[in-house]
Unconditional design. Structure first.
Length: 308
């Protein structure tokens, strides 16, 4: 074999080895690139998952979410965001404003002792009543009972003003109204238990669904946002126009519940008589007592209280 062939063979062998090494280097670079790419995708996927989880964690929930929910207003409401609840004979020239919070113990005491007197005046057409319902006790004491009960009252009002009045009375009753410190009305089950005592609500599947779904949660938040309207920051409060009405205080002395209720009703009657004049034995809406006189005010009718 000539030296030339030997040199050529060696050169060819070196070229093959070099080509093989280059090929292996390319494969290794490609493998590393794929590993890096997969790692980056994995990191991005994890980061994306974390980012999504963080976003979900930071999304508002519960009553914070209700502020952003679609606004659904109950029937028999009017005004901005449906926050004007005006109930009574629309021919009555005067409007009494009543401010309450469902968790308020003083409101419960008023409703338990004197609520029937107020309803009678509505039924008799003596005046219309605009109800403004707050939830400030939730903010002061913690909890959700005022807002949750208010949302349920919206579901009752959607059925009829009479259902609303009866349900409100039941919520304040001695049978059901909890201690202010016990946030019992935060539970839908408790609200539905109370509703079972209201004929219009008992077994009413549409009402039950709206309570459970929180259909009127956003509306309840809009109502709650009225806190401080006309300077009212405590409940119960009664106003006629821009005038705050005052009920005489009951003396701090030992008495039975019956005696307390009699005094409370008498004091409420004196306040109403002083402001609106003596009752005229029935008034314009006496005949409407058959349906409770709670027909409400037609949607779009001007609110005689000033609308704010």
């Amino acid at each position: 074999m000539s030296n030339r062939n030997t040199q050529e063979n060696k050169q060819a062998a070196r070229e093959r080895i070099r080509a093989q090494r280059d090929k292996e280097k390319k494969k290794e670079r490609l493998r590393r690139q794929l590993v890096v790419a997969v790692s980056v995708v994995g990191v991005l996927a994890v980061a994306g998952g974390i980012g999504f989880a963080v976003l979900k964690a930071n999304e508002p929930t519960g009553w914070e979410a209700a502020k952003e929910a679609k606004l659904v207003t109950p029937a028999h409401t009017q005004g901005k965001n449906g926050t004007e609840i005006l109930i009574g004979d629309k021919s009555a020239k005067d409007t009494l404003e009543v401010f309450e919070d469902v968790r308020c113990p003083a409101c419960a005491a008023f409703e338990q002792s004197t609520g029937e007197e107020l309803l009678k005046d509505i039924h008799d057409g003596r005046f219309k009543v605009r109800f403004t319902l707050y939830s400030f006790i939730d903010d002061m004491s913690g909890g959700e009972g005022s807002k949750n009960a208010l949302s349920a009252l919206g579901a009752a009002l959607n059925i009829s003003p009479e259902a609303f009045l009866k349900y409100k009375s039941a919520l304040y009753s001695t049978t059901y109204h909890p201690d202010e410190r016990e946030d019992l009305y935060a539970k839908d089950a408790e609200l539905l238990k109370v509703a079972a005592d209201v004929p219009e609500l008992k077994g009413n599947k549409a009402f039950e669904k709206q309570v459970k779904d929180g259909t009127y949660d956003r509306w309840a938040m809009e109502m709650s946002a009225l806190f401080g309207r006309k300077g009212v920051r405590g409940t119960p409060t009664f106003m006629h126009g821009d005038k705050k009405l005052t009920i005489a205080e009951i003396p701090q002395q030992q008495m039975t519940q019956q005696q307390y209720n009699q005094l409370a009703r008498a004091n409420f009657g004196k306040m109403i008589d002083k402001e609106f004049g003596p009752a005229k034995g029935g008034g314009a809406g006496k005949d409407s007592g058959k349906d409770g006189g709670g027909q409400g005010i037609a949607k779009g009718e001007k609110d005689p209280t000033g609308g704010n």
